[in-house]
Design a protein. Sequence first.
Length: 338
Amino acid sequence: MTIPRYAELARVVRNGFVESRHYGSVVVLDPDGAVAHAAGVPDEPALPRSTLKPVQALACLVAATGALGGTDTLKGPALALAAGSHTGDDRHVEVVRAMLADAGLTEDALGCPVDWPEDEPTRDRLIRAGGQRERIRMNCSGKHAAMLVACVARSWSTHDYLDPDHPLQRETAATVARLAGTPIAHRAVDGCGAPLFGLPLTGLARTFQALVTAPAGSPEERVAQAMRQYPEYVGGWHGHPNTDLMRALPGVLAKGGAEGVLAVATPDGHAVAVKVVDGSPRATTAIVLAALDAVGVPVDGADALRRVPVLGGGEPVGAVTAAIDWTRAPSRTEKEES
């Protein structure tokens, strides 16, 4: 069996000693869609996990607004939640409940698993109060609520909305392939129960590029704008990496997924996608920022996110930082001269 040649993407240094290394693949696209830099095997299919939520939200938005009479439920924080992985804060839950109520449904219609909120203060409060895990607190409940909103708007069945052959899921698959510019490489089931579509990293980067460069007022632009305008609903208010990155670099679109996946696109059309093969997400933001810096995109506003502290006795003794072993790719200057 041939083992793919993954690149070293990040190092974990403790007191001057390289304790661990993260390997994987990363690709950077120029605004014209050409590959500017690459490392590892970016054309190998990966499962984007929640990084595909913006595309799933797009499919829901198109389906809902294209229905007879349409619906205006999917806008603002609700659309950002549909494209995000929220932390279960009460403010998140309030919006999800409103989305369901607009569709004439309750949280019992959600098909995602029960879970505790990821937001620690909220989780601790609920546990002290004798609360239980709930579907609506699960980080994917916004996406699931959007799917239900779209189904009701189109008079599609809701009990089987997660079935891969459901009209909504067929529309979603077509949307994924269209934006990625490549066929779906593999089909699976995500942790939340929704269909999951595998793509090469180049296709994932192309997807995010399409979202940020879409014409004003288009469904793609509306999804991207909602995420950038309401980043706290994409992630959370307290230390969420996607939220923090979009706050630090206004206009940037960012969405990560489980198992070490992250895609980012800038307002001028640069796009990056990364997959860490050991599944750890701790270095993905630093890797993406290093990749953008390598092609000349200003990332100074996010300097604090380029290092993840390594602690010893509760004090910083090192950091996790990007250390990308770039595969040789033509520089921008070389491409212009050619």
